[in-house]
Design a protein around this ligand. Structure first.
Ligand code: SAM
Length: 282
């Protein structure tokens, strides 16, 4: 169905299905008609490509994805939206809607069963209350996906896509940069949604790396170090890591000098490669 970003059409659908927006499910639907086509194009929806969408709402983005991609599997938690989606997406034979919590779906199995031989991407206007668990879940499972293009809160976008080293980076920045190459695509103002949230948004794209430098065991050690290092970001690594890793300050100081860093360095002053090197030494 066209015009799903039109406010009168949204109101008509709400009346027809007796639907009201749930704040706790992060239901802020897109009403700016220029946004969904851009997410679909920039996210890589194209012939031969399979798309996983998370959180369909009334299907405004699903519609743009289905017009471009080979197949779309859309995961929506709110059961009230399933009959709405049968109505709004009835013209698309290449869309499958799954009524599930995305955090409980076995995405590896879903990709194998639904997209055999296809390149797969994720495109979504994410429910903001679970942005990080969704993104980290997608990355940590090492799913065979090419890219993740998602709308997130502006502040989350800045943190997820921050440079390393920089004052904006945190543990999540290091994790995202370990698994992918992140970039901010375009801002989206709060007025682009119905109901309008209290924050602005940004669409980001994470290009998932095909090969990773560490084994599973080494990764665990890296992320334990990263978690400790950024736990109190204003403190020096000598202080944060000595307590989180149970090492002496002298050991941490020696490891820092081995990677060419000063003993008073803080987490935000290290690149991802330096954090990896430090983790290998310690
Ligand atoms: N894609 C639509 C749009 O752009 O207008 C809706 C986006 S809205 C920000 C987020 C959607 O995610 C809502 O439809 C909400 O019901 C759904 N959602 C919330 N939590 C979810 C979860 N755990 N798993 C799947 N969908 C979820």
């Amino acid at each position: 169905m066209e015009n799903l970003s039109n406010i009168s059409v949204i109101r008509e659908i709400c009346d027809k299905f007796g639907f009201s927006f749930s704040k706790s499910l992060g239901q802020n639907f897109l009403v700016n008609p220029s946004v969904c086509p851009r997410i679909a194009e920039m996210g890589g929806a194209a012939p031969g490509v399979g798309v996983i969408e998370i959180g369909t709402g009334f299907g405004v983005l699903t519609h743009e994805l289905a017009k471009r991609a080979e197949k779309v599997v859309a995961i929506e938690l709110d059961a009230r939206l399933i009959p709405v989606l049968s109505y709004t997406l009835s013209e698309h034979k290449n869309v499958k809607v799954i009524n599930e919590d995305v955090l409980k779906v076995d995405l590896k199995k879903l990709i194998e069963e639904e997209f055999p031989g296809m390149e797969v991407v994720v495109c979504a206007n994410l429910p903001y209350y679970i942005t990080s668990p969704i993104i980290m879940g997608l990355l940590e499972q090492r799913l065979p996906i090419k890219a993740i293009t998602v709308m997130v809160q502006k502040e989350a976008a800045a943190r997820l896509c921050a440079e390393m080293p920089s004052r904006d980076c945190g543990a999540v920045t290091a994790a995202v940069r370990y698994y992918s190459i992140p970039r901010q695509l375009f801002p989206v103002s709060r007025g682009s949604f119905m109901p309008a949230p209290n924050v602005d948004s940004c669409v980001i794209r994470l290009d998932v790396k095909e090969t990773l430098p560490l084994s599973g065991e080494e990764e665990k050690k890296l992320f334990a170090l990263v978690k400790g290092a950024f736990s109190q970001r204003r403190k020096t690594l000598q202080n944060t890591l000595s307590s989180s890793l149970g090492k002496s300050k002298a050991d941490i100081s020696a490891a820092l000098s081995e990677i060419g860093q000063k003993p008073s360095a803080r987490a935000e002053e290290l690149s991802l490669d330096e954090l990896i090197a430090l983790s290998k030494i310690l």
